[in-house]
Design a protein around this ligand. Structure first.
Ligand code: NAD
Ligand code: IPM
Ligand code: MN
Length: 371
């Protein structure tokens, strides 16, 4: 695979907890690509989350935000942890991530749940239910109750407190993410399921109406609707019924953690957070594992780096049009798992789990054998 374009600007934000541990393994894959002249990247590292707060008093500085805006892609680890939970909301580590998503306008969050053959027995469900599973959750990422106003906690005249968050969606916000869902479905099995709570929420009813309207432009895609509570149940009852799911910010957050367990572990789920394409087809993008900073295992060197390594593969595919190179990484993961490399979260009974570093070594060895 000859090198065609260099100066791909990538901002790496490892963050907190297991973030730096898993990102270290991604950086080794990037170095491998460079060393083997497969592709080179101009990598800059920055601070986000609790790490940024400790260094500068905010979870994301304006300088880092500007660097993210100027980069071709951002690779994100994870943020948060008990140490920062006492902070006011606006200074919490998670706000760093939310600002990146909002200011970069990354409205479409693609969360693929793919079951690797070798892991069908690691799933919380029976093998038959998950073997061969390949579903995609498209989560709206810059609107809804995460950002809606009014919000906050107020004190009422009687001295008691009231907490407020608001689910708000404009027609334009719904339409663009629903289109992203239809576009993806068209490249897959041509089935899109729109998930909401239209039975109790007016905004959910609007999601349904808009999905139907947009459907007119995609007559080749089958559109269905499901309530979010039923969807949670259907994901564990018969997940293979789904191809692409499109849903709001909050439902997508919850349903994707649920889908992660179908694949064996939250440590397996990558994601791509994408903005709109400009006239030259380029889009702002941030790649992040679905999992968090895992404070319970941070610092122990046991976290699964595969969600992050697979997020890097999504970066190759969606930001740099490098499908063959993305396949190379995904195949290396497939072969490493088939050969029995397992971190503790996906361990096989009777076999010793490997560390984060050894999983990284195994992926590099598989890449070297194939490149
Ligand atoms: P979590 O995803 O961090 O962890 C949930 C469970 O999954 C834990 O038992 C953890 O050990 C395990 N786990 C997660 N990733 C793993 C991996 N790669 N390998 C092995 N095991 C893994 O969720 P949580 O415990 O609810 O949240 C912890 C902190 O992370 C909170 O501060 C939360 O706000 C933050 N968070 C951040 C992100 C993000 O940065 N994108 C996402 C979710 C949660
Ligand atoms: C995720 C996380 C984030 C979210 C938090 C850390 C802000 O749970 O990416 O799934 O809720 O979106
Ligand atoms: Mn989440």
């Amino acid at each position: 695979m000859p090198e065609t374009r260099s100066n791909r600007k990538v901002l790496v934000l490892p963050g907190d907890g297991i973030g730096p541990e898993i990102m270290r393994e991604v950086l080794r894959v990037i170095e491998f690509f460079d060393r083997r002249h497969i592709a080179s990247f101009e990598v800059t590292q920055g601070l986000v989350g609790g790490a940024a707060y400790d260094a500068s008093g905010v979870p994301l500085t304006d300088e880092t935000m500007a660097q993210a805006m100027a980069s071709d892609a951002v690779l994100f680890g994870s943020v948060g942890g008990p140490k920062w939970e006492i902070l006011p909301f606006e200074l919490r580590p998670e706000r760093g991530l939310l600002r990146l998503r909002k200011d970069m306008d990354l409205f479409a969050n693609l969360r693929p749940a793919v079951v690797f053959d070798a892991l069908a027995d690691a799933s919380a469900l029976k093998r038959d239910l998950v073997a061969g599973l390949d579903l995609m959750i498209v989560r709206e990422l810059t609107g809804g109750i995460y950002f809606g106003e009014p919000r906050g906690v107020e004190t009422l005249p009687d001295g008691s407190r009231r907490g407020i968050n608001t689910e708000v969606y404009t027609e334009a916000e719904i339409e663009r993410v629903v289109r992203a869902g239809f576009d993806l479905a068209r490249k897959r099995q041509r089935r899109l399921c729109e998930v909401d709570k239209a039975n109790v929420m007016e905004s959910g009813g609007l999601w349904r109406e808009i999905a139907e309207e947009v459907h007119a432009d995609y007559p080749d895609v089958e559109l269905s609707f499901m309530y979010a509570d039923n969807c949670a149940m259907q994901l564990v009852r018969n997940p293979k019924q789904f191809d692409v799911i499109v849903t709001s910010n909050l439902f997508g957050d919850i349903l994707s953690d649920c889908a992660a367990m179908l694949t064996g572990s939250l440590g397996m789920l990558p994601s791509a957070s994408l903005g709109a394409a400009d006239s030259s087809g380029r889009r702002k993008a941030l790649y992040e594992p679905v999992h968090g900073s895992a404070p319970d295992i941070a610092g122990k060197g046991v976290a699964n780096p595969l969600a992050s390594i697979l997020s890097f593969a999504m970066m190759l595919r969606y930001s740099f049009d490098m499908a063959a190179e993305a396949d190379l990484v995904e195949d290396a993961v497939r072969r490493a798992l088939a050969a029995g490399a397992r971190t503790a979260d996906i361990r096989q009974q009777g076999a010793a789990p490997v560390s984060t570093r050894v999983m990284g070594d195994t992926i590099l060895a598989e890449l070297a054998a194939a490149a």
